[in-house]
Design a protein around this ligand. Structure first.
Ligand SMILES: *[C@@H]1O[C@H](CO)[C@@H](O)[C@H](O)[C@H]1NC(C)=O
Ligand SMILES: *[C@@H]1O[C@H](CO)[C@@H](O)[C@H](O)[C@H]1NC(C)=O
Length: 480
């Protein structure tokens, strides 16, 4: 047996072992590193990637060190359609060059009708000529083979627009409005995108990476915000890192005459969505992506982010305290209740408060700050008011068995805006014509009769209060 002092042979062996270890380690790190970089496209777009989850605590996020060439993609790999319904399409590897989108595929049969994907992005008006003027041409989108792509682009590689992008091809017509943004465009984009994670639980956690950017082909930075400044609040609180590119940025990329390729892009096009059956039934473009798979808690991710940002803490809310919020338009000047009926409604609601201990809020949206509006909506069990933008707040309500929206129309009038949105979130909607209430499936036809926009809308406050109590006690409807 040897003593404690190592022999020259042992020393030699140790040195050899150590140096080969160092050698192998350095050898194996180099290839692993470049493999990681090379597969970034996969990681970025891999819906199972945990590293990019919205709740990741890792403050370096998904950022990898800059590596020359990692922002290029060689040889025009094929475009794939990850999800599609008319007007809402998710692509991997969608190319853009000179302002035209290129679907590169050797299997054109697998690509849906171009008319259902994109349009010219012109303002939407009725009439066959108008409809025809919105149909896409080769200027908007082309479907080409890999060989054709190489010929058309005239170069060998494209520049990656990395991560997830949301691309909006609409004109500003339906964008600069809290409802059309938060309950339609943004709502539909998230519904389409979140179809890639149908397991989102009630707490909203998802493994989907947040979108990096929104791209607008037709509008500039002054044409997306709403007059109440809610849309920017919602967007930037849900996705604090999101950046925006507008038509000038689009034209800039266009004038470079070099191909760019989106890693993953969700394309929204209102005209194309109008070709769907769901749209024809509800006139809601966001109803179209509901044909895709999705979690019943799909919206929780957004709601929780926006509520957290706005300072609302669900745990701070008293248990079994029901909150009734009447959003009054009585000082708005348009689409108002008969003043006497408004006063009677308020009296009846206060009676409920005094008898049953419900919290009752009578508010005018325009008099509340954004934070106040959002916090109140987050706590509200029953929201009510005349048909109008104020009801957009219903998207922040916590859907429970009791959660209800009551919407007052001029008798004979009806529109699906808030009715459909309430249902899309799993809540119950009642329309009112004076003392008469209705709920799906017994809803009237869409109509805007004389008086719809006027200030003489009747409401029976006692009937509204009765229905509130029924909904909060979950009593069966009494047969009347
Ligand atoms: C969210 O819910 C899921 C499933 O119930 C659970 O696994 C996860 O830990 C929850 N996440 C947070 C942040 O509470
Ligand atoms: C882009 O535009 C340039 C300049 O007009 C032109 O030379 C080039 O062929 C165009 N490329 C494509 C792919 O349209």
């Amino acid at each position: 047996m040897t003593g404690l002092t190592p022999t020259a042979r042992e020393l030699c062996l140790v040195v050899l072992l150590l140096s080969s270890l160092v050698f192998f380690l350095s050898r194996s790190t180099v290839p692993t590193w470049s493999v990681n970089l090379g597969s970034e496209a996969v990681i970025q777009t891999d819906t199972n990637s945990k590293d990019l989850s919205l709740t990741s605590q890792d403050d370096t996020g998904s950022q990898l060190p800059y590596q020359y060439g990692s922002n290029r993609l060689d040889g025009f790999p094929e475009t794939t359609i990850v999800a599609h319904v008319p007007g809402w399409t998710i692509f991997d590897k969608l190319y853009i060059c000179n302002g035209t989108a290129y679907v590169v595929t050797d299997h054109p049969d697998s690509i849906p009708d171009r008319n259902h994907i994109i349009s010219t992005g012109k303002d939407i008006h009725n009439g066959p000529e108008e409809v025809a003027s919105r149909l896409p041409t080769d200027k908007e989108m082309r479907i080409v083979s890999r060989k054709e792509a190489a010929e058309i682009f005239g170069v060998e590689s494209s520049s990656r627009i990395d991560g997830v992008s949301w691309w909006v091809n609409d004109p500003s017509q339906f964008i600069m409005h809290y409802y059309h943004w938060s309950a339609e465009l943004f709502f539909g984009l998230w519904r389409t995108y979140s179809s890639l994670d149908p397991t989102i639980p009630a707490n909203g956690t998802t493994h989907l990476p947040p979108p990096r950017r929104m791209v607008f082909t037709h509008i500039d930075a002054h044409h997306w915000r709403d007059y109440a400044s809610m849309s920017e609040w919602v967007t930037r609180s849900a996705f604090p890192s999101i950046s925006f590119e507008f038509n000038q940025d689009w034209q800039e990329r266009t004038s470079m005459a070099r191909p760019f390729v989106f890693d993953r892009v969700v394309l929204a096009d209102r005209s194309a969505a109008m070709k769907s059956y769901n749209f024809l039934r509800t006139q809601r473009t966001a109803s179209v992506p509901f044909a895709l798979p999705g979690s019943p808690h799909w919206w929780a991710t957004i709601r929780h982010s926006v509520m957290l940002f706005s300072g609302y803490r669900p745990e701070a809310q008293e248990k079994d305290k029901y909150v009734i919020t009447y959003i009054s338009r009585q000082e708005w000047g348009r689409r108002m209740l008969i003043q006497r009926d408004h006063e009677r409604l308020v009296e009846e609601l206060y009676k409920l408060r005094d008898t049953y201990g419900y919290e009752v809020n009578v508010v005018a949206s325009e008099k509340l700050s954004r934070v106040e509006q959002l916090q109140l909506a987050g706590r509200t069990t029953i929201m009510m008011g005349v048909h109008g933008n104020g009801l957009t707040s219903l998207v922040w309500m916590q859907p429970t068995r009791r959660s209800t929206v009551m919407e007052f129309f001029f008798p004979g009038g009806f529109a699906h805006d808030y009715e459909w949105t309430t249902r899309a979130l799993g809540m119950v909607h009642f329309g009112f014509w004076g003392d008469r209430s209705f709920t799906r499936p017994n809803v009237p036809e869409v109509k805007y009769p004389e008086g719809f926009q006027g200030n003489e809308i009747p409401i029976d406050g006692a009937a509204v209060a009765r229905l509130c109590h029924q909904r909060l006690t979950l009593a069966e409807e009494t047969d009347d």
